[in-house]
Design a protein around this ligand. Structure first.
Ligand code: EPU
Length: 430
């Protein structure tokens, strides 16, 4: 078992470099098998565990994966020879279900166990299945555990999504790129990682237009070829460090970002009194004095991202005044508030609303990372709090934050990772 220990209360200063986007990577990795060729993926956050699990699945179905450098891999999918992926492969992460769309697109057949991932409330996949069926696939879910999808031929079709879903948009895109004719996804998700996936598919020879708007048109092509592609910077990792800079009343230059992707986050930070300076591929965030309050409502892109909601709650927990957070994507994304309240925050969550009464100071405490972004919130709280915070269950943080301890240390944080053979003996793990 490993923990992260933070001696907090020190403003972050300096520079932090952002890695490639996790949620783009998780869509692009399975998409590579559609090419039946060799793809090189650059700016990939190779060391986060979600990416490692996706690479394991690739190898499991017969692809060859070669590490070219710290952040680039080569995927040779010429010898993929299986469409079956079992639960021990899929249970670690949500995005494992992108192999359904990718294998359907490649073989017309996919038998993939239901995905795992963060518990954020119910996570149905009805829109994915509806999309596959509209493209001509027959889909059954065996024992509520294995999705079995098959199609003699996939044929382009209009698909209207009843809810704006990132996952369904990705999966339908993957199935549609080699289908015969035109697929039109309406009410599609517009997140930056959808655009990145579409750009990757087009680099392989696909014909995808309109990504980034709510109508995506895919004209099926017979053949895709290999390519070299560099993944966009991670919007949520950048946002997390932006909030950390403000919550510690620090001053940090966050490099390798696309400032346009950060606008909803920058706007809220400015509303709380932070300075946000934009450069071509960097943002500088600073705050002196106590943050001000603000209200937040999470929305699909370009609204305020739900994946930044727990982190922002830490800043609001320290604000002068009372803020309201309204979570409109997930039904159960306030579990972390219990942990923050152990650190002296005053947050009352009820259903999809939380009332955050700002306090002057948080104090270090033993806390748990309930899920990935909850873990990010614990990191920020620990950095801002007086005293020592010990974060348990950090495997959730490792799913999405590359080199997090090193990056924060580089900005002056007193943070370390420790290996705990048992709860009473703490040994340094670097
Ligand atoms: N939904 C349905 N039916 C479906 C699919 C989704 O009702 O078939 C609902 C969901 O229950 C939810 C809403 O639609 O209420 C949006 O879900 P979406 O499908 O967009 O979420 P997702 O694809 O499962 C991705 C990210 C999440 C992020 C959400 C929302 C990946 C791998 N995951 O999840 O990221 O919270 O979009 O932006 O891209 C994270 O990175 O920490 C994370 C949880």
């Amino acid at each position: 078992m490993e923990k992260i220990i933070i001696n907090g209360g020190k403003p972050l200063h300096g520079e932090i470099e952002i890695s490639g986007a996790k949620n783009a990577a998780l869509a692009i990795i399975p998409a590579a098998i559609l090419s039946q060729d060799v793809c090189v993926i650059e700016n990939l956050p190779v060391s986060i565990s979600d990416v490692s699990y996706m690479m394991k699945i690739l190898k499991h179905i017969g692809a060859k994966v070669k590490l070219l450098s710290k952040n680039s891999i080569e995927i040779d999918s010429r010898h993929v020879d299986s469409y079956i992926i079992s639960n021990d492969m899929t249970k670690h992460l949500r995005a494992s279900y992108y192999f359904i769309g990718a294998l359907l697109g490649r073989y017309g057949r996919a038998k993939v166990a239901m995905p795992g991932g963060c518990y954020l409330g119910t996570r149905p996949i009805d829109q994915h299945i509806k999309g596959f069926e509209l493209l001509g696939a027959t889909v059954s879910v065996e024992d509520n555990a294995i999705v079995d999808a098959r199609a003699d031929e996939l044929i382009g079709s209009p698909v209207y999504l009843d809810v704006v879903s990132v996952g369904a948009t990705v999966n339908i895109l993957l199935a549609a790129v080699k289908a015969r004719g035109l697929t039109v996804i309406e009410n599609a998700a517009k997140e930056p990682h959808i655009v990145d996936l579409a750009n990757f598919l087009n680099s392989m020879g696909a014909d995808v237009r309109g990504a980034g708007t709510d109508v995506i048109k895919v004209r099926g092509v017979e053949h895709l070829h290999g390519c070299t592609y560099s993944i966009i910077p991670d919007q949520i990792e950048a946002g997390t460090y932006m909030v950390a800079a403000a919550a510690t009343q620090g001053d940090v230059l966050i490099k390798n970002v696309i400032p346009k992707h950060l606008e909803s986050i920058s706007t809220k930070l400015i509303e709380c009194g932070a300075n946000v300076e934009e450069f071509d591929d960097a943002v500088r965030v600073s705050l002196s004095g106590r943050p001000g309050k603000c209200n937040i409502k999470t929305m699909p892109h370009p609204g305020f991202p739900t994946d930044m909601q727990p982190q922002m709650a830490v800043l609001l927990a320290l604000a002068d005044g009372t803020s309201i957070i309204s979570e409109s994507i997930w039904t159960n994304r306030f579990r972390y508030t219990e942990q923050l309240n152990r650190m002296g925050a005053n947050i009352k969550a009820d259903g999809q609303l939380a009332v955050v009464q700002g306090v002057e100071q948080l104090k270090g405490a033993p806390v748990r990372a309930d899920d990935l972004r909850a873990g990010a919130a614990m990191l920020i709280a620990g950095l801002a709090a007086k005293g020592t915070t010990e974060i348990e269950d950090i495997l959730h943080i490792d799913r999405g934050y590359e080199d997090v301890v090193q990056k924060l240390r580089g900005a002056g944080a007193d943070i370390k990772r420790v290996f705990c053979p048992d709860a009473n003996t703490l040994t340094s793990a670097g």
